[in-house]
Ligand binder design. Structure first.
Ligand SMILES: NC(=O)c1ccc[n+]([C@@H]2O[C@H](COP(=O)([O-])OP(=O)(O)OC[C@H]3O[C@@H](n4cnc5c(N)ncnc54)[C@H](O)[C@@H]3O)[C@@H](O)[C@H]2O)c1
Length: 406
């Protein structure tokens, strides 16, 4: 039996996938409400294909509880934020989860940590707590790091089709864990040591952050001298070895905006580029604010409540708002004691910010400037209803020459 610990965006689909593949799976989360919901057949978030997977897994016998299970295989997918001051990984969730596993697990158990952790975390935080219990690593407990790469919005497809990495202390345990993941993963599964698995995951997200920062810096340069950044990127990308990403209103989510900080926190003297990239991406919501202010001045609009932000999530067509550029922008406004800006997102059904609308039409009626922060399919299909509005399109989804860009 596999006990999956932490039933959020990563743990839940993984648990369901394993159950669908024939494993006996029990999902554990200390969030009582979440467990109640799952046991009543209600999913905690929306994701393409998740409802069907849930139905199949329930039929296959998956169950959910707040209790850690006595077994010998655990998959841990709990949060790994960074500490605000030091920027280092906050390992407390993983440490708590491992301690709770150690309280109940059978001898010769495998603990697979899927949570993203900075290089050396298992050595620094996990091995010592096992040693402190007089348990022998490699005999009583086997440690594995199997980081996850799936993207919200396409998680189920990517669980089956992404390549993945398994880091372990020896090839026998790595192979055993590979067999488990192979029950649903059709792609290559690379076996390596634990530290390389930890580092490669963080490196992947840092690579994306740096590349996005380059596009964002280009957007600022082009804005300063009245050039069309999208045209320039389009032309530059004709070069066979150039592939510049698109600029945007900022970087959010639980991975790209978080993981590079682990490297900055651990290697402050060696991460100039990575730190600068983080700062550029974090400055984008402020860049959007200054664009809004320019547009308001041009059109002599003085009241910020005439401005509406479309989109609260950190990317299109998902309901995840963690670290989202819109929330970062609202935070900046609040810091400057500016209130009243309107907000709408079709994926957010409950109130999470002030002046939030739940009807697209009512939202549009109330504003003069529309700021497209997220390129949800909804707005792409409703461009006809935008006539008469001033528009700042930070996602470059509208072709109209009159639309303002980043
Ligand atoms: N969300 C993503 O797109 C994504 C992608 C790749 C990797 N990751 C990584 O996966 C990990 C999990 O992320 P997530 O987005 O699924 O987080 P999440 O916040 O959606 O879910 C984590 C769950 O763990 C539970 N939890 C926390 N501590 C617990 C404990 N001690 N015992 C039982 N349950 C506990 C919480 O209640 C929550 O339901 C993180 O390290 C993240 O960086 C996330």
């Amino acid at each position: 039996m596999i006990n999956v610990i932490g039933l959020g965006y990563i743990g839940l689909p993984t648990a369901l996938m394993l159950a669908k593949s024939g494993y006996k799976v029990i999902g554990t989360d200390y969030n009582v409400d979440l467990i109640k919901k799952l046991n009543s057949g209600i999913l905690s978030f929306e994701e393409k294909g998740l409802t069907d997977l849930f139905t199949i897994s329930l039929k296959k016998g998956i169950s959910f509880t707040t209790q850690y299970q006595k077994t010998n295989i655990y998959i841990i997918a709990v949060p790994t934020p960074f500490l605000n001051l030091s920027k280092k990984l906050d390992p407390s969730f993983v440490i708590n989860a491992v301690n709770s596993v150690l309280d109940v697990c059978l001898p010769n158990s495998i603990i697979i940590i899927e949570s993203t952790i900075s290089p050396g975390s298992i050595d620094k935080y996990i091995r010592p707590i096992i040693n402190a219990r007089n348990l022998t690593i490699g005999k009583d407990i086997h440690l594995v790091h199997a980081p996850e790469r799936i993207i919200p919005g396409n998680m189920i497809f990517e669980l089956e089709n992404n390549s993945r990495t398994i880091g372990a202390d020896n090839i026998e345990i790595a192979s055993l864990v590979k067999n488990i993941y192979q029950s649903f993963c059709k792609s290559e599964i690379v076996l390596t040591d634990i530290r390389s698995a930890e580092m490669s995951k963080v490196v992947e997200n840092t690579f994306r952050d740096v590349n996005i920062a380059f596009a964002n810096e280009l957007a600022k340069i082009c804005r300063a001298d009245n050039m069309d950044v999208y045209e320039i990127i389009k032309i530059a990308n004709k070069h066979p070895r150039v592939k510049i990403l698109q600029p945007g209103p900022g970087v959010g989510g639980h991975c790209i905006s978080v993981d590079p900080w682990f490297l900055v926190g651990d290697y402050p003297d060696l991460t100039n580029l990575i730190l600068t990239a983080r700062k550029i991406n974090d400055s984008m919501p402020i860049h959007v604010l200054s664009r809004i202010s320019e547009i308001m001045k041009i059109h002599n609009i003085k009241d910020v409540s005439k401005v509406g932000l479309y989109g609260l999530t950190y990317k299109e067509n998902v309901d995840d708002t963690r670290e989202s550029p819109t929330l970062q922008l609202l935070h900046q406004l609040e810091k400057n004691l500016s209130f009243g800006i309107k907000v709408y997102d079709p994926f957010i059904k409950s109130k999470i910010v002030e002046n939030q609308f739940f009807s697209f039409d009512k939202f549009l009626k109330d504003i003069e400037i529309l700021v497209i922060m997220v390129a949800h399919d909804e707005i792409k299909s409703k461009t006809d209803s935008l006539s008469g509005l001033l528009i700042l399109d930070t996602k470059n989804i509208l072709n109209d020459k009159k639309v303002y860009k980043l």
